[in-house]
Design a protein around this ligand. Structure first.
Ligand code: SAM
Length: 360
């Protein structure tokens, strides 16, 4: 028997770093509308610390970092089983499918589901969580309307880092502020009264001549697999976000878009090689620039500036982006337009859903 170094104490086995990572995600889920996940993560941390069944399952990931998001990959795999109807006992607990949100009773069913469907969860561990936030259309729409109003040309809309391209279908949603409206009045995706201090020019004439996107890992929102992937990464309990995503997925079935599997800088070179005459080209992205390497970001921005240099009043270019502010406290919407290269701040907004402070 090993002797304790100090009388009366046992040698302390250090916890794997993954336990600390799980605790950080637990705090985030509790703070951001998913106490159900918060409690599941609390149990998961205890299990991993004690080398229980989840700890053993995650044996190859015990040193993983926060950025690798292993706890969210794991729960995404479990959530996918629930959404696919493969774990009925868990469905009774998961708020996203009408369950009672009782995480204490859910945990033993998580362990059962893991045992019965370990291949699904193992597959989820290989993929970084990927989302597509349709709530960002409430801010982005203002940028498209400003470009349409200022250029009086049909838009050629090019999204980089599209994920499933839900924001490429922004004109399939409904927007309403102070009696002014834009979009599809019958749309199940509805943004009403969301703008503060002003509102976008909803009365601008906006015609979309072409839309196309790229992502290094595109999701096909028209397939059941794509739908499950997107839904599985929304935290159960974030009811409004979940409902809006479901509604946007219904719109996506009706509005197909082409999303190329490509890296952003190379794709931009191909798309911007020739100016598109009698169209305003709008390159846009949301919460994507931070995922590029410094080299990729510089290459993409160089390509935008050189395409801007080739732009004419008949073939203008706009670079619209919804990305974190300099102090990273919130995202803001900015647009740079060519010819000229003038940059404008249009709005302050939120990462998912929330008020848009229109400052244009
Ligand atoms: C946080 S998601 C945002 C998705 C979407 N723009 C939205 O607002 O919901 C970032 C997206 O950028 C994609 N991405 C990251 N780096 C990329 C690159 N170098 N080339 C192409 N896509 C990239 C990821 O696959 C992911 O779908």
């Amino acid at each position: 028997m090993r002797r304790a170094r100090y009388p009366g104490t046992l040698p302390r086995v250090p916890e794997p770093p993954l336990v600390g990572v799980i605790r950080i995600y637990e705090l985030a889920c509790n703070a951001m509308g998913s106490p159900f996940y918060g409690e599941l993560l609390d149990r998961m941390a205890g299990d991993v610390a004690a080398a229980g069944p989840v700890g053993q399952f995650l044996d190859g990931h015990l040193d993983s970092t926060y950025e690798e998001a292993v706890p969210l990959r794991f729960l995404g795999g479990i959530h996918r089983l629930v959404l696919a109807g493969q774990a009925p006992e868990l469905a009774e607990r998961f708020p996203s499918v009408g369950g009672d949100g009782d995480a204490a009773r859910a945990w033993p069913a998580v362990l059962d589901a893991l045992q019965a469907h370990d291949a699904v969860v193992r597959d989820a561990l290989t993929r970084p969580p990927q989302t597509n936030e349709v709530g960002r259309s409430a801010a982005l729409v203002g940028g498209f309307l400003v470009v349409a109003r200022d250029t009086r040309l049909p838009l050629r809309v090019l999204e980089v880092g599209s994920s499933a391209g839900l924001n490429l279908r922004f004109d399939g949603y409904w927007y309403e502020a102070d009696g002014a409206t834009y979009g599809d009045p019958a749309s199940p995706v509805r943004f009403a009264g969301q703008w503060k201090d002003g509102r976008p020019p909803f009365d601008a004439r906006l015609e979309i001549a072409e839309r196309r996107g790229c992502d290094r890992d595109p999701i096909d929102a028209g397939t059941e697999d794509g739908r499950l992937t997107l839904l599985s990464y929304v935290w159960p309990g974030q009811t409004e976000r979940f409902a809006m995503l479901r509604a946007a997925l219904d719109v996506a079935r009706r509005v197909p878009v082409l999303i190329d599997r490509a890296d952003i800088p190379e794709w931009l070179v191909g798309q911007l090689r020739e100016p598109a005459t009698r169209r305003a080209t709008v390159v846009f992205h949301s919460i994507t620039w931070q995922y590029l390497t410094d080299h990729e970001r510089a290459a993409a921005e160089t390509e935008l500036a050189s395409a801007g240099g080739r732009a004419t009043p008949d073939a203008p270019l706009a670079w619209l982006r919804l990305e974190p502010s300099a102090d990273r406290s919130h995202p803001e919407l900015r647009v740079t337009t060519w010819p000229g290269g003038e940059e404008r701040l249009l709005a302050h907004c939120h990462y998912h859903l929330g008020p848009v402070r229109w400052v244009a």
